[in-house]
Design a protein around this ligand. Structure first.
Ligand SMILES: C[S@@+](CC[C@H](N)C(=O)[O-])C[C@H]1O[C@@H](n2cnc3c(N)ncnc32)[C@H](O)[C@@H]1O
Length: 188
């Protein structure tokens, strides 16, 4: 079966943009992210010389990673539960699903976000980015999903002792129901 490719110019530009936003004091902290067997995000981190301390959860595909990279054969939520408090400098949850997730595939973005903040995994000035899809681009309700996601992240971060500042984000040009958002995460 042919592997799905995420390697578009737009996606690679987003990876570059997000990697360039790693705070200078956190370049050697843990980077936790979703990647496919193509490892586009890992390759971007390596290209920017910040490819150390990388952890990639993926229970759907087998990843062939370099020896110093940790692939966790488990859903994202399992990986987040294993993270030490105050350890992560960069987190990119690059999902294909919507905020409310999909029970049958163990994909729960909402829970993943809550766990990350609740377990206080972020270092001060960490970057937190997420890609999600809207459930439909036709209904008015779903057009507002971007705002719902921003508000959810802001409130959940506050609940567990963090402030978030919006850094960047937009709808993808080619896949119009997908969007990404990135925040700087500061300890209150
Ligand atoms: C959108 S792709 C990542 C693309 C990559 N960041 C890039 O720029 O090319 C998401 C990958 O994570 C896997 N995945 C999706 N949801 C996941 C979850 N909840 N836990 C672990 N892996 C997941 C998918 O199978 C897929 O390989």
């Amino acid at each position: 079966m042919k592997m799905m490719s995420y390697k578009t110019n737009e996606k690679m530009a987003i990876n570059d943009e997000l990697v360039s936003l790693i705070h200078p004091s956190l370049t050697h902290s843990i980077k936790f992210f979703l990647d496919s067997p193509e490892l586009n995000t890992l390759h971007t981190l390596l290209r920017h010389n910040v490819g150390d301390n990388c952890i990639i959860p993926n229970h759907i595909e087998r990843l062939s990673v370099p020896i110093n990279v940790r692939w966790l054969d488990m859903p994202c939520i399992g990986g987040i539960k294993r993270l030490e408090p105050n350890s992560v400098g960069w987190m990119f949850l690059d999902f294909m699903g919507h905020l409310y997730g999909n029970k049958s595939t163990y994909i729960y973005p909402k829970k993943d976000i809550e766990y990350a903040f609740k377990n206080k995994v972020f270092k001060n000035n960490a970057l937190f980015a997420i890609t999600l899809s809207r459930r439909s681009i036709n209904s008015l309700k779903d057009k507002r999903e971007w705002g719902v996601t921003c508000t959810y992240i802001y409130l959940i971060a506050r609940k567990y002792g963090y402030e978030t500042t919006f850094l960047t984000g937009r709808f993808y040009k080619k896949i119009k129901n997908m969007y990404f958002i990135a925040f700087r995460v500061m300890k209150k």
